[in-house]
Design a binder for this molecule. Structure first.
Ligand code: NDP
Length: 435
């Protein structure tokens, strides 16, 4: 508190973990007197650097770049890069902290990290994006490497940005290695990586439903966001027979009572990924849908909610509205989209609630599979990668049940994910001594 009190998002992420992990530590003799959580909340290394670049008008612009290397007890640092004007130390430390637990849950050998910049990609030309990425990499490259730290995408960083970043890294190091994930298919990428986070979030929701002899089929689903995670969550939910009725971006949300089917989703993908337009344009193409400006979708009726935009997009009031409208499954595609009040409301109502560090781990897991393929210098097929992704999501679900099942049979996935993620990292840290 004393050291990090000025970092609210980081404090929130730590509090959520501490609420469940401290009682566990108290119950396990091996962790006594080791100050293990104190060590986990301090990044092993955090760098901040200047990123200067020239815009299309010849103006010199300055942004701040970061990389937080949180924990490398079980593998090289791994975690995305975020380009968004709200990026600061608190946001990146919360993301890096969550990443440590998430990566541990995947069972793959990956430590946790996160990075990015307060650069705003919105409205920038392709060449501006490229020049920014190149400048960003001229500093970042000294801190990363295929056995040290392997960044990926996140908000504002997709395939295009990973390409520009990779090109500059290769030039600086004179080395073609798997230093980034989310690469294009012709230069070291993995099939299913673009789909993995969204698909995984739906697989996780389906696993939760199975514990109540139910499935995604016929469910009405609210999805927020309209970026990478939201798009593929919508695709998989629809494939499994659910009806997705909302999508959003920072200007508002669209509601389509008929459901966002494959054809409509193809329109959204083109709109967001190629034209880089706004979600409000959906209602111009499909006039029976409605657009609500400046609001999130959580007051609409649903069975399943999948927040896939950003942190703290679901607050206590939203949680109340969801619950009173009959929502009984929440599977988080975004990182920490529910604030603490919302988390507590979901747990109190004993609905099927999966925190992002469990339900969105499919993205980083598939990044781990991309790293393996790069090391093997081999490419697995779509079916192979999707099969492994499904298997990993199922294992994460089982791990949550192992540590999160209560006496009355209710599964607290928050407790389950936190403890399962903690145990592996803590044990590795204990074995490696005070370092
Ligand atoms: P994208 O940049 O592709 O999409 C982000 C979406 O969220 C956009 O629709 C964006 O709208 C919206 N959004 C972003 N910030 C805000 C905000 N402050 N308020 C309202 N809406 C906002 O990012 P991703 O889909 O990759 O990431 C979405 C979430 O998923 C993030 O929380 C990320 O950390 C998490 N995640 C992503 C993974 C991945 O593999 N990509 C893996 C695991 C988690 P707009 O265009 O208006 O900004």
């Amino acid at each position: 508190e004393e050291r990090n009190g000025h970092e609210p998002e980081f404090m929130q992420a730590v509090q959520e973990v501490a609420e469940t992990v401290i009682p566990y530590i108290v119950s396990q003799d091996i962790y006594h007197g080791k100050n293990i959580l104190m060590r986990m909340v301090e990044p092993e290394r955090a760098v901040s650097f200047r990123v200067s670049w020239v815009d299309d008008d010849g103006e010199i612009c300055v942004n701040r770049g970061y990389r937080i290397q949180m924990n490398s007890a079980i593998g090289p640092y791994k975690g995305g890069l975020r380009f968004h004007p709200t990026v600061n130390m608190s946001i990146l430390k919360f993301l890096a902290f969550e990443q440590v637990f998430k990566n541990s849950l995947t069972t793959l050998p990956m430590g946790g990290g996160k990075g990015g910049s307060d650069f705003d990609p919105k409205g920038k030309s392709d060449s501006e994006i490229m020049r920014f990425c190149q400048s960003f990499m001229t500093e970042l490259y000294r801190h990363i490497g295929p056995n040290t730290d392997v960044p990926a995408g996140d908000i504002g960083v997709g395939g295009r940005e990973i390409g520009y970043l990779y090109g500059m890294y290769k030039r600086l190091k004179n080395e073609f290695t798997g230093v980034l994930t989310g690469k294009g298919m012709s230069w070291g990428g993995s099939l299913i990586r673009p789909e993995a986070t969204g698909y995984g979030t739906v697989y996780f929701a389906d696993s939760m439903l199975k514990t109540r002899n139910d499935s995604m089929k016929g469910k009405t689903v609210l999805v927020s966001g309209s970026g990478n995670v939201a798009q593929y969550a919508t695709e998989k939910a629809t494939q499994l027979g659910a009806k997705v009725v909302t999508l959003s971006d920072s200007s508002g949300y669209i509601y389509d009572a008929d459901g966002i089917d494959a054809e409509k989703l193809a329109f959204v993908m083109e709109l967001k990924n190629i034209k880089r337009g706004r979600i409000s344009e959906y209602v111009k193409k499909y006039p029976t849908a409605k657009f609500t400006k400046g609001k999130t979708p959580w007051h609409e009726k649903c069975d399943v909610a999948m927040p896939c935009a950003t942190q703290n997009e679901v607050d206590g009031d939203d949680a109340k509205a969801l619950l009173s409208n009959g929502c009984f499954v929440v599977s988080e595609g975004a990182n920490m989209p529910s604030n603490l009040e919302a988390v507590h409301a979901f747990l109190k109502a004993k609905i099927l609630y999966a925190p992002g560090k469990a339900s969105n781990a499919g993205g980083v897991a598939t990044s781990g599979l991309e790293m393996s393929q790069n090391s093997l210098r081999m490419n697995w097929t779509r079916e192979e990668v999707d099969g492994k992704l499904k298997e990993i999501m199922k294992n994460i679900h089982d791990a949550c049940i192992k540590y999160g099942k209560e006496e009355d049979g209710y599964v607290d996935y928050v407790r389950g994910a936190n403890i399962a993620g903690f145990v592996k990292v803590a044990d590795a840290m204990l074995a490696q001594g005070v370092v």
